[in-house]
Design a protein around this ligand. Structure first.
Ligand SMILES: [Zn+2]
Length: 327
């Protein structure tokens, strides 16, 4: 793991940040903190590798010309490719559309794996000699033992809001589309309204098999009228717009940073639902327990509790663990 946040696997692979010593760059998923230095990788690496869905999402987020600046290839889940002496396999990660775990076996047969971001629920566990694991909720304080069905809670919260009119839904790319799918599959029939960017990302999700329901562009007349009249619809907004949109209306935010209660109401009519696309502390430990690696590296570059997680893994499971890069 480098100071710029690149996860080095095998002899030639760097994941999720530019690394000048590595000729193959992998993007595990289309979140900004995993696309670090991608422009430089496109210019300088021999190849950039991602799942087909991640590639499509980057095209929408960065513009269709962006990835043409380099040699980009796609690799499907559970398929293997070779690069020099390294053998590379992508495995599904339950996080956002296209998210992958990466397993690299080098010429000597050493297996190193990187989980990327993941939620333990639907993520297959990779067995490896060395495991690099994300550490977002890597502290024992980050446990979500609610015993409640968060998806059901989300649906009932939105249904309650719709009785008052428009529901403004705040979240990050990928998770907003997960919310659309949850609401659609639960039979919520009101239109969903989205900005151009969220709309395009949603269309990519549909192309790759998600079912999201009817989405209107916020610039369309029908959408404008619904929003003006506080009519029944769900307006999907990026978390960054929370300070500027939906004041006075019923607001719902989906966030992983909730550990006390599955649903919390704030004084300004915001309803925070604890829908996370990351494992909590117990989920991270569970992954390590099942992966049975000889050593662990916790990601200390991205937001989280890497040092605490490394200590807890060593204490509870007896596996050598280290947070990298050192701070
Ligand atoms: Zn992510």
């Amino acid at each position: 793991m480098t100071f710029r946040g690149a996860i080095q696997l095998g002899k030639h692979v760097a994941c999720d940040a530019f690394d000048q010593t590595r000729r193959l760059r992998i993007v595990t998923h289309a979140h900004a903190d995993h696309m670090t230095g991608l422009s430089q990788s496109l210019k300088e690496c021999e190849k950039v590798l991602a799942t087909p869905a991640t590639k499509d999402l980057i095209d929408v987020m960065k513009g269709p010309l962006y990835l043409m600046g380099g040699n980009v290839e796609t690799l499907d889940y559970y398929k293997t490719t070779r690069f020099m002496g390294d053998q590379i396999t992508f495995l599904k990660a339950d996080h956002i559309l296209g998210a992958a775990q990466v397993l690299v076996t080098d010429a000597e047969g050493q297996r190193t794996a990187y989980t990327g971001d993941f939620r333990i629920d639907e993520t297959p566990v990779v067995e490896a000699d060395t495991l690099v694991i994300e550490a977002t909720y890597g502290s024992p304080a980050c446990k979500r033992n609610f015993g409640a069905d968060i998806r059901e809670l989300l649906v009932s919260t939105v249904e309650k809001g719709l009785k008052q009119g428009t529901v403004y839904m705040f979240g990050y790319h990928g998770k907003l589309q997960e919310v659309m799918e949850i609401l659609h599959l639960a039979g919520i029939k009101v239109p969903f309204i989205a900005s151009e960017r969220i709309f395009h990302i949603s269309k990519i999700c549909e192309k790759h098999g998600m079912r999201l329901g009817r989405i209107l562009l916020s610039a369309e007349d029908q959408a404008k009228e619904l929003l003006d009249k506080n009519g029944p619809c769900v307006a999907f907004c990026h978390m960054n717009a929370k300070g500027t949109m939906g004041f006075g209306s019923y607001r719902v935010t989906v966030s992983g940073w909730e550990f006390d209660k599955p649903l919390r109401e704030t004084i300004d009519n915001d309803h925070i639902v604890a829908l996370s696309d990351h494992s909590d502390f117990d989920g991270l430990l569970e992954y390590v327990r099942r992966s049975k690696p000889k050593q662990i590296i916790t990601d200390n570059h991205r937001t989280g509790h890497a040092e605490t997680l490394a200590k807890e893994i060593h204490k509870q499971l007896g596996i050598p663990a280290m947070a990298l890069p050192k701070r």
